[in-house]
Design a protein around this ligand. Structure first.
Ligand SMILES: [Zn+2]
Length: 308
């Protein structure tokens, strides 16, 4: 995330954000999306300085459909979770600061969560204890969002079978440069099949199957992920008009939700670094993986990318 690129689209691409494809109301009804969003609740938020420069605010969520701790990695102190900031009966200002429901910056000896006297900013609440999202304290513009599903192998174990780690880094770099953004980090390893099954799928791939075939051989759907949690988290963060960093057209529709709780105003493409600049991951596995994304899963990438 070094702060080198002030532009929205990665500068090395010469590509422009494009409006998302139109999807009719009729087509939307056919999609396997839940009628109602899951309930989510932000338990804690903390400032994390990063090795790359910009600081992030990590939000941890619980929900009513699984037992996993999904996350929102937020760039910008002024993006606020409705559930985290809502006033709770009997709580103290210290309680609010401890869970991260404060404005501005914490410092030793600070006593009030709702008011930062050094910055002269104060949060307001309605009679029900709900945060009032006024422009002075809460970010109101459309925000760049990436939905990222956990990938232990790609993010932690240096895997060159997929480009998850690279895409995660690139999303952070762009958002850090912009100053605002949100990566919703869903704990659905291996397109929702879990790490153990993903490792089996890798063996089937070494035996000749592609990503989609391997999942089907293991009797899993090609993509078992559920993005309604991401939609619910975005609504909680007040990020309802967004720019989505993705190549996956299905993700746009899925993130918007059946009732269009979120609107994707722009799609910002994500081009593998190896195609754009010759840097990035290079392996025969990643070529096969990316080809499958394009040819079998309808991703909006053209191969090879022309470099201006
Ligand atoms: Zn991956």
């Amino acid at each position: 995330m070094p702060m080198i690129s002030p532009v929205l689209t990665p500068s090395h691409l010469g590509d422009r954000p494009s409006p998302p494809p139109e999807i009719s109301a009729e087509a939307r009804k056919q999609l396997p999306l839940p009628d109602q969003l899951p309930l989510v609740n932000c338990l804690a938020r903390a400032r994390i300085p990063t090795t790359q420069g910009p600081e992030i605010f990590l939000h941890l969520y619980e929900n009513n459909i699984d037992k996993k701790e999904h996350l929102a990695i937020v760039f910008g102190e002024d993006v606020r979770s409705k559930s985290l900031f809502r006033r709770r009966a009997g709580e103290s200002q210290q309680d609010r600061m401890t869970r991260g429901a404060y404005i501005g910056k914490l410092f030793p000896g600070r006593t009030e969560a709702d008011k930062d006297t050094k910055l002269g900013k104060e949060l307001r609440f309605d009679s029900n204890g709900e945060l009032v999202r006024d422009a002075d304290t809460t970010y109101q513009e459309s925000t760049l969002v990436r939905i990222h599903s956990e990938c232990y192998t790609g993010e932690t174990a240096w895997s060159a079978r997929c480009d998850c780690g690279e895409q995660f880094d690139e999303a952070g770099r762009i958002m850090g440069a912009l100053g605002h953004g949100c990566i919703v980090y869903l704990r659905q390893e291996g397109r929702g099949i879990g790490l153990g099954e993903k490792l089996k799928a890798y063996n089937l791939q070494d035996l000749g199957a592609d990503t989609v075939q391997a999942n089907l051989l293991l009797r899993h759907p090609a993509d078992g992920r559920n993005f309604s949690l991401a939609t619910a988290i975005l609504v909680d963060l007040g990020l309802t008009e967004i720019k989505l960093l993705t190549n996956n057209p299905d993700k746009i529709v899925a993130v918007e939700g059946k009732n269009r709780e979120v609107t994707v105003l722009e799609r910002v493409p994500m081009v593998p670094l190896a195609w754009a600049s010759g840097k990035g991951i290079n392996s025969k596995e990643i070529d096969g993986y990316l080809s499958t994304k394009i040819e079998r899963m309808g991703h909006l990438l053209e191969k090879p990318i022309k470099i201006n």
